[in-house]
Design a protein around this ligand. Structure first.
Ligand code: DX5
Ligand code: ZN
Length: 216
């Protein structure tokens, strides 16, 4: 069954605990946490103290998406705050293997993410070391943007590679512009985890929203 990771970026921050509990009750699989530094992306969102604050309010894995330059400098802090998965941008770190090994050494599952314009071949050398690959279907920085369907070819390629190579155990996650219509395209190409912000939190009934995305 396709996993759903609601992005709390689109939630009501004044009621974050209630928002998280509601999507957990509604069947979410991960809580997706978007961290932005105002440098790697042109926006600032939330950071370590928020991850620490939400860790006790849910039993779901915290899927922390670092949209920050030199993420290696913050791996330890996010690990200590309770991140379950830490995903770093290939474009943001000079020594990808070193950063991934650092995440693993803190007992956290490592993920690697690429922007829509980044070729998937660039991360092939790291695939055997990671638990998750995140394919961006928008340019990161904001919720509510339009889905870039061209990026889905990378999902298909990743699915083909892992069918050919038993050493690859990564999940394929898609993030950006996912809704009840675009989710079908993601699943058809082999995605396992779908991140959705607006399509879940901007709807009154979160259970229906999650089911619409999962069952499209
Ligand atoms: C974009 C973030 C996404 C975003 C998704 O920079 O990484 O996780 O919150 O929001 P929607 O689903 O509204 O495109
Ligand atoms: Zn994200």
């Amino acid at each position: 069954m396709t996993k759903i990771a609601p992005s709390i970026l689109a939630s009501d921050f004044a009621n974050l605990e209630a928002e998280i509990k509601e999507v957990e009750q509604a069947g979410a699989d991960y809580i997706h946490v978007d961290v932005m530094d105002g440098k790697f992306v042109p926006n600032i969102s939330i950071g370590v103290p928020v991850v620490e604050a939400i860790r006790p309010v849910t039993s779901l894995p915290l899927d922390v998406h670092l949209m920050i330059d030199e993420p290696e400098n913050y791996v330890e802090a996010f690990a200590n705050a309770g991140a379950s998965i830490i995903t770093v941008h290939q474009e943001a770190t000079s020594h990808l293997h070193r950063t991934v090994q650092l995440i693993k050494s803190k007992g956290v599952k490592p993920g690697v993410v690429i922007n829509p314009a980044t070729p998937v071949e660039l991360i092939k050398p790291i695939l055997r070391d990671i638990d998750l690959v995140l394919i961006m279907t928008v340019n990161p920085g904001f919720g509510g943007q339009d889905f870039i369907s061209e990026a889905l070819e990378k999902v298909k390629q990743l699915d083909t590679w892992r069918k050919e190579e038993s050493e690859y155990t990564y999940e394929i996650e898609v993030d950006g512009g996912v809704n009840q219509h675009t989710s079908l395209l993601c699943k058809q190409q082999g995605a396992d985890v779908l991140v959705a912000g607006s399509a879940i939190f901007k709807r009154e009934n979160r259970k229906e929203a999650i089911e619409d995305i999962r069952n499209s």
